[in-house]
Design a protein around this ligand. Structure first.
Ligand code: HEC
Ligand code: HEC
Ligand code: HEC
Length: 328
């Protein structure tokens, strides 16, 4: 990849203004490379898989299928178990209450014959009752009905033959499975072009530093090779301050082809940045990134094709990224 071949050309100390010209060329090349990120991400090397993605764990659980469920497990896929737990078990618990005729706790409960519609399973009847077909809607009013997403999930599972699954006892919460929010409650107020290491959290640092005219400005900032923002959750808006990196010693760690590590501290608003001159000399592609803290690490599987981290790690996630860079 082009990126670090160019990094190597800049070993020595240098004039930031001059190098920003070069990095403009670099960043254009990298923008071109961005389109490949999705495919290289899915083809990521098996050895370094982070395993920190909560959603991946949930999907895996749904298809793992431990039939029987020896240790008191419900035998249900996690998302089905959660729907029943949230909306049904206040009445259809282990001991049914409020007039509910049966339990909806285990997969066996759902595969049992329906009491109200002989010849069908409870699961099949439940798939109708959650949309008000074949009897009163479940859960009965005034309880909120299921969301459309929950209805789709439940009905798809029943249509699929109600396959077995597992639900981890305490699945790690998925930071990307949350509504957009500004966790810090604090927003950068300094204006787009003020000069501060706390500036413009969440925005594309390098793009603006090399082409400020795209953002309505004239003068570029320092020439960074890597820069971005780390957040507490997966979908935080631009200009919202990120994590206070000092609290859990949050850092972004890059590892090059030879296993050389380079750690970049994350500042009080979640921002991190490094210039070519900061990198160890001879730092070589492919380069991998992860976020570390006292609490653990979150690893990007694919090799970097750009150091402008926020260009992909936007609020919603671009080029296949799941959203923001999230602290462990
Ligand atoms: C507030 C209590 C309550 C809640 C919560 C509740 N139910 Fe019910 N459910 C009942 C009662 C009472 C009946 C029996 C009367 C009837 O069939 O309408 C019933 C009956 C059923 C039946 C028919 C049973 C059979 O064997 O045919 C199904 C299926 C069912 N509920 C599914 C659900 C599902 C799925 C949920 C959650 C999405 C749910 N219920 C939530 C009270 C509840
Ligand atoms: C809208 C354009 C823009 C964006 C987006 C932007 N910057 Fe800047 N930045 C600038 C400009 C312009 C300067 C230089 C001001 C000057 O030299 O007078 C600057 C200067 C800096 C400086 C030097 C501050 C100092 O005290 O000398 C740092 C550090 C910095 N930016 C970090 C970042 C980081 C990290 C991000 C991304 C989270 C970012 N910037 C996003 C335009 C931007
Ligand atoms: C070209 C787009 C792109 C850029 C630039 C990029 N990433 Fe990523 N990142 C992704 C994609 C796609 C994934 C999900 C697949 C994977 O892990 O490879 C990801 C995943 C991650 C994850 C793991 C996600 C999780 O579960 O928390 C971290 C951490 C991460 N990136 C950090 C970074 C850092 C730090 C930078 C900048 C040095 C960066 N990324 C630059 C696309 C990008």
């Amino acid at each position: 990849m082009l990126a670090v071949v160019r990094f190597e050309a800049y070993k020595g100390p240098m004039d930031l203004r001059r190098s920003s010209l070069h990095s403009m060329v670099l960043s254009l090349a990298l923008l071109g490379a961005c389109g490949d990120a999705g495919s290289s991400a899915t083809g990521g090397e098996s050895g370094s898989a982070g395993g920190t993605g909560g959603s991946a764990a949930t999907d895996g659980a749904a298809t793992m299928g431990s039939a029987g469920g020896s240790g008191g497990a419900s035998g249900l896929p996690c998302e089905i178990d959660q729907i029943l737990e949230t909306h049904c078990r206040s009445c259809h618990g282990t001991t049914p209450s409020s007039g509910a005729p049966n339990s909806l706790v285990t997969r066996a409960d759902l595969l049992a014959d329906s009491l109200t519609s002989p010849g069908r399973t409870v699961a099949e009847v439940a798939a109708d009752r959650i949309v008000g077909m074949g009897g009163a809607i479940m859960p009965p009013p005034p309880a909120e009905p299921l969301t459309q997403a929950e209805i789709d999930t439940f009905q798809a599972w029943v249509a699929d033959g109600a396959p077995a699954g597992t639900c981890e006892p305490n699945p790690e919460p998925d930071p990307f499975d949350v509504d957009p929010m500004c966790s810090s409650g604090q927003t950068w107020q300094g204006g787009k072009f003020s000069e501060s290491p706390n500036m413009n959290p969440g925005m594309e640092c390098i793009h603006c530093h090399t082409k400020p005219s795209d953002f309505g400005g004239f003068e570029g900032g320092p020439s960074f090779v890597v820069a971005g923002t780390v957040y507490p959750t997966g979908h935080e808006p631009d200009l919202c301050n990120g994590v206070d990196g000092g609290v859990d010693h949050v850092a972004v760690v890059l590892t090059d082809a030879n296993g050389v590590e380079f750690s970049i501290p994350v500042n009080g608003v979640g921002n991190f940045f490094a210039t070519y001159a900061d990198l160890p000399s001879g730092f070589t592609d492919p380069i991998h990134a992860k976020v570390v803290s006292d609490k653990g690490e979150r690893v990007m599987v694919a090799a970097l094709t750009s150091g402008d981290c926020n260009s992909c790690h936007t609020q919603d996630g671009a080029n296949g990224a799941p959203g923001r860079i999230v602290a462990p």
